[in-house]
Design a protein around this ligand. Structure first.
Ligand SMILES: Cc1ncc(COP(=O)(O)O)c(C=O)c1O
Length: 475
């Protein structure tokens, strides 16, 4: 078995030779847009149509190539799906075709369960099948309530748990669904701010802040609003992903763990985005000492670039004596299980975690100096192969700069760096494959720095409505 590290043309660099979209991408859009939702037919943020991938490069219909720092939003952790994963999936397809594993146990699903029990944190001996991150979170909420017979779930603002009606409305402030009125407020979720050293909800101006203040706020809620005996558990991303790559401190985890123990709350880590090496450790929780979850959710990279699969890992106390059964037709389909197992084997073969940590170092080395050089570079953060630059209007007020962020994305794209952006957000992210060669990643970081400098020379105006909202909040 070969790790995928050496599997691609290491020396190839991205090259953009047309304006974006190029004429062939534009022709494809014109033909197909009438059949897409208007949201999916809006190509202004990613103005290219992929025709294929070459190693870690995405090629568009006009022959432009872009270094891929989206990696299918984390679901393609090895870049191109590795031959070892493909071969394992093919064997399972040939032997089993499709199967509904929650009803009919099959050998690929059982082999994966056995492996998960070996690699999971010690108390997590049980596995529930799932097919997507969203469904895994929904299932975990059910398990927490069922096991404790308590109604409330504590979550942290800025977290993202998927697009189901409940999680989008109740626990995700990512797309501000509650604030935009797209989904109604749901009960049963208590949200406190995510721990953030760069930007405090309680204080103005530049930090760094003591991010454990959010736990003081939680203490306040426990006296004023929420009876701790009503709380089933805490749902937290160990590293905030969509919310801009924030990693809490050891002190935060110690205090949160103590609160959970004191009140009998279950600790559920949403590692959909951070699992399987993304943070340079198999699970993100291994970046700290003593985090002791009751539930752990896997998705995205767990599929190893193969078929959709997700999982809820849990303790015997939660999952060993229940008739709660989360039906899912496609959960743990045989080929998906075989691919996921092959992906774990690739990580165990060595080199992958080390490479993710090398990417973290490179990002910080290349981008951190821009904090002193450029007024709008507020913060530069990386945890393994999750990396972000947060843009501000100025360093005194830290007012968000979403227009600056979007302009950086477009400038980077023109240079061949495809990262993760969203309109209205003010952090820009790179989420490369864990195995992206160091030289290509360093090249991309330098192109990103070039893009930031370019935008800083002609700073775009921020939207008037955002300016006004900020000004009102500051009054
Ligand atoms: C932390 C986290 N949880 C859950 C989800 C939802 O996963 P999916 O899109 O597979 O349903 C995501 C997706 O980005 C995520 O980042």
């Amino acid at each position: 078995m070969k790790t995928p590290l050496s599997a691609t043309a290491e020396n190839e660099r991205p090259r953009v030779k047309t304006s974006l979209p190029g004429p062939h991408s534009a022709a494809l859009f014109a033909r197909h847009d009438p059949h897409l939702t208007s949201s999916n037919a809006d190509h202004s943020v990613y103005p290219l149509a992929e025709v294929g991938k070459r190693g870690y490069l995405i090629e568009d219909a006009d022959g432009n190539t872009f270094a891929d720092h989206m990696s299918a939003w984390g679901a393609a952790p090895f870049g191109p799906t590795p031959p070892h994963v493909k071969a394992a999936m093919e064997r399972a397809w040939d032997r089993h075709g499709m199967q509904i594993s929650g009803w009919l146990p099959n050998t690929p699903a059982l082999a994966l369960v056995e492996k998960l029990a070996q690699i999971a944190p010690p108390r997590l001996t049980r596995v529930e099948y799932s097919v997507s991150g969203t469904l895994a979170v929904e299932g975990a909420v059910k398990f927490m309530r069922e096991a404790t017979r308590r109604p409330l779930i504590i979550t942290f603002g800025g977290q993202y748990h998927g697009e189901s009606t409940y999680m989008a409305a109740g626990a995700s402030s990512d797309l501000s669904n509650v604030a935009t009125g797209r989904t109604q407020y749901v009960s049963g979720v208590v949200m406190v701010p995510y721990p953030n050293r760069f930007r405090s909800p309680f204080r103005k101006g530049p930090g760094p802040f003591d991010e454990t203040e959010v736990l003081d706020y939680l203490d306040y809620l426990l006296v004023q609003q929420v009876h701790p005996g009503q709380v089933a558990g805490v749902l937290i991303e160990p590293v905030l992903g969509e919310g801009g790559i924030h990693a809490p401190s050891q002190v935060f985890w110690d205090r949160l763990g103590a609160l959970c123990k004191r009140w009998g709350w279950l600790l559920c880590l949403d590692e959909v985005q951070t699992c399987m090496g993304r943070c340079g450790t198999l699970f993100a929780l291994q970046r700290w000492q003593g985090i002791d979850p009751d539930l752990l959710l896997l998705g995205k990279a767990f599929a190893a670039g193969g078929q959709p699969i997700a999982a809820i890992l849990g303790t015997d106390a939660i999952m060993g004596h229940t008739d709660l059964h989360l039906g899912s037709t496609y959960g743990f389909a045989p080929a998906a299980c075989a691919g996921a197992l092959a992906g774990i084997e690739l990580i165990e073969a060595g080199g992958v975690l080390e490479n993710a940590l090398a990417l973290e170092r490179i990002f910080l080395e290349e981008l951190r100096p821009l904090r002193d050089e450029i007024d709008q570079v507020g913060d530069v953060r990386a945890v393994g192969a999750l990396a972000a630059v947060e843009f501000v209007q100025d360093k005194a007020t830290l007012r968000p700069a979403p227009a600056f962020q979007l302009a950086v994305h477009h400038a980077a794209l023109r240079l061949g760096v495809l990262g993760i952006t969203q309109r209205g957000k003010w952090h820009f992210r790179l989420q490369p494959a864990l195995t992206m060669p160091e030289a290509l990643f360093r090249h991309s970081c330098r192109l990103l720095a070039q893009a930031i400098r370019e935008v800083a020379r002609a700073v775009p105006a921020e939207r008037a409505d955002i300016q006004q909202a900020v000004a009102e909040a500051e009054r």
